[in-house]
Design a protein around this ligand. Structure first.
Ligand SMILES: [Ca+2]
Ligand SMILES: [Ca+2]
Length: 256
């Protein structure tokens, strides 16, 4: 691979690492479920796919759905914006292509409606890159007044076991969900370190090569003289041609 091409690849990879690091762990991003497409107040719409801010949502099983609600219905929870209202047979799965790693930070949960004014437990299942599975259960306080002035949603925080996932599922139904907060997972430091080391090796090799070329260009031309037996020109200890003051160094082959 040509030096310039190799160097360009290393630089691009290093820049990618730098950009990812800038948006790395600790930078919280919120899925609001507000759209697009927007769900108008008073509407509840069953869907099989939703995308927002790099994360895709589907039901867990083919044939299932999840429901996006626009709010504004007296019996259902209210937080002033669209949210997910999971009825019977609804389920939810979220990922970033099943490859990109992320961590879950927090989520807002509510009871399903004023007709379900008792605590509700929602289970979250996290799938990690190494194949291990983690679970968490959050239980609401059972207090809900729909479009009344009281708060219906509560915020729950995930523990560190959910800090490095490739997918999550919520098999629970009859609850409401909004404001899922997540963060990017920075690639392993060793990856960036290897890229930086590779860049250093490539750069050092290039510098050594250029110095060698420059040094060779400054050397006097090598004079090779074959001196045969019987030649009248005597050989000196320095390998220079005797009697020629200031002559250039020579290398000699003494013939048979
Ligand atoms: Ca919302
Ligand atoms: Ca309320």
């Amino acid at each position: 691979m040509a030096f310039k091409t190799c160097l360009r690849l290393v630089l691009c990879a290093s820049v990618a690492c730098f950009v990812i690091a800038l948006r790395g762990q600790g930078t919280l991003r919120t899925i609001t479920f507000d759209g697009p497409p927007t769900i108008p107040p008073g509407a509840n719409i069953g869907e099989t796919y939703y995308y927002e801010d790099s994360m895709s949502f589907t039901p867990i099983k083919p044939g299932d759905q999840f429901t996006r609600a626009g709010g504004g219905i007296a019996v259902f929870p209210e937080d002033g914006s669209p949210y997910l209202l999971q009825g019977a047979f609804d389920s939810l799965s979220g990922s970033r292509g099943g490859i990109s790693r992320f961590g879950l930070h927090s989520v807002d949960l509510s009871e399903f409606s004023i007709l379900y004014d008792f605590p509700r437990t929602a289970q979250f299942v996290g799938y990690r890159l190494d194949g291990t599975i983690v679970t968490a259960e959050f239980t609401t306080d059972g207090v809900i007044d729909g479009t009344g002035p009281g708060p219906d949603f509560q915020t729950f925080h995930f523990d560190t076991r959910f800090s490095d996932l490739v997918r999550f599922e919520v098999p629970t139904h009859t609850y409401a969900l909004d404001n899922l907060v997540f963060f990017d997972v920075v690639p392993e430091p060793s990856v960036c370190s290897l890229l930086l080391v590779a860049g250093g090796v490539v750069g050092h090799s290039h510098i050594v090569r250029k110095r060698r070329l420059l040094r060779n260009a400054k050397k006097p031309p090598l004079v090779e003289t074959q001196i045969r037996q019987g030649d009248l020109i005597p050989r000196t200890e320095t390998g220079q041609i005797g009697g020629l003051s200031g002559a250039a160094p020579v290398s000699c082959w003494w013939g048979a």
